[in-house]
Ligand binder design. Structure first.
Ligand SMILES: NC(=O)c1ccc[n+]([C@@H]2O[C@H](COP(=O)([O-])OP(=O)(O)OC[C@H]3O[C@@H](n4cnc5c(N)ncnc54)[C@H](OP(=O)(O)O)[C@@H]3O)[C@@H](O)[C@H]2O)c1
Length: 279
């Protein structure tokens, strides 16, 4: 039995589809609202809250392989619940910032989860993706309302990744027989650098009209973001999206194609697949 957490999210929903399409055996998706889950036929929807690890017991029963998104609850307790339930292998979604920006708070938290997993006694595979193409959904409401999209660091091009490519790597790690991907840490990127301005252009091509774009200052962006998730988190996001990027973060890697045998998907593919969110 494979349990996918974050199963209704960008990576998790793609992962369940991949696993199901390839007949990967009994599958279960974790959600806080099973009635609202739209999983492939035959995938079991199980309720549980990562914020309350005791609630995960039914979801973990019989599970041998676990796909885990981090930092949605007390990860030490979540990993201990998995170990006690008999989980043998955990594929963890961490972040590339663990190696590019280890001084930032969220990166330190991800590193701590990685270390907990390595010390857990379970086999592990750690995925460190760069920023997701799906982050551009933050512009969806403005685009649908035909408003101007505003973003800082408009020309900073990062190798944004399609969440389905993270899912594809996770599927291989979860299902390939033998020790191949166990004990491995993979930094994952998309196939090419793409800036915020280029992302909005690609979404414009998908919806069939030019989307007005305005570059704003770090200070303006910080004021907007800090109101939603706090000043420190806003600074961390602004650093890794343009304010303090480094060669390691800018680097395009071929890890996705090496592991899956298929090239990583470009941003414009994500935009055309998700065009309805912007209409
Ligand atoms: N966005 C980026 O650029 C980026 C970069 C590196 C790493 N990451 C990491 O990638 C992970 C996955 O991202 P994503 O985009 O696939 O997710 P997402 O689309 O934002 O969806 C979040 C998922 O987490 C689940 N969830 C949230 N709180 C939960 C809780 N308390 N208990 C159980 N489930 C909970 C939700 O399930 P229900 O609502 O159905 O319960 C949903 O399936 C994130 O955790 C993030 O830390 C993101």
């Amino acid at each position: 039995m494979i349990l996918v957490t974050g199963a209704t999210g960008n990576i998790g929903s793609a992962l369940l589809k991949e696993l199901h399409a390839r007949g990967a055996g009994p599958l279960r998706g974790l959600t806080r609202d099973a009635a609202g889950a739209d999983f492939p036929e035959g995938v079991e929807a199980v309720e549980g809250d990562l914020g309350e690890p005791a609630s995960l017991k039914p979801a973990l029963e019989g599970v041998r392989s676990l796909f885990l998104v981090s930092r949605l609850g007390p990860d030490a307790d979540i990993l201990e619940a998995a170990r006690l339930a008999g989980v043998e292998h955990v594929v963890l979604v961490s972040s590339i910032t663990v190696q590019t920006h280890p001084h930032l708070g969220p990166a330190g938290e991800n590193l701590a989860v990685e270390q907990l997993l390595k010390a857990s006694g379970m086999a592990w595979t750690i995925l460190r993706p760069t920023q997701f193409a799906s982050n551009s959904l933050m512009w969806a409401a403005s685009i649908r309302a035909h408003e101007t999209v505003s973003a800082p660091y408009a020309g900073t091009a990062l190798p944004t990744i399609h969440p389905a490519d993270i899912a594809a790597v996770a599927r291989v790690a979860l299902t390939e027989p033998g020790p191949g991907h166990r004990g491995r840490t993979y930094a994952l990127t998309g196939p090419e650098p793409v800036s915020a301005r280029q992302q909005v252009e690609a979404i414009g091509e998908a919806v069939g009209r030019e989307i007005p774009f305005l570059e704003i200052s770090r200070r303006q962006a910080h004021a907007q973001m800090a109101a939603v998730f706090g000043a420190e988190a806003a600074d961390a996001v602004l650093d890794v999206t343009g304010g303090d990027v480094n060669d390691e973060l800018l680097m395009v890697r071929d890890t996705v194609s090496q592991i899956t045998g298929t090239p990583a998907r470009p941003f414009r593919q994500w935009a055309s697949e998700n065009v309805d969110a912007f209409r």
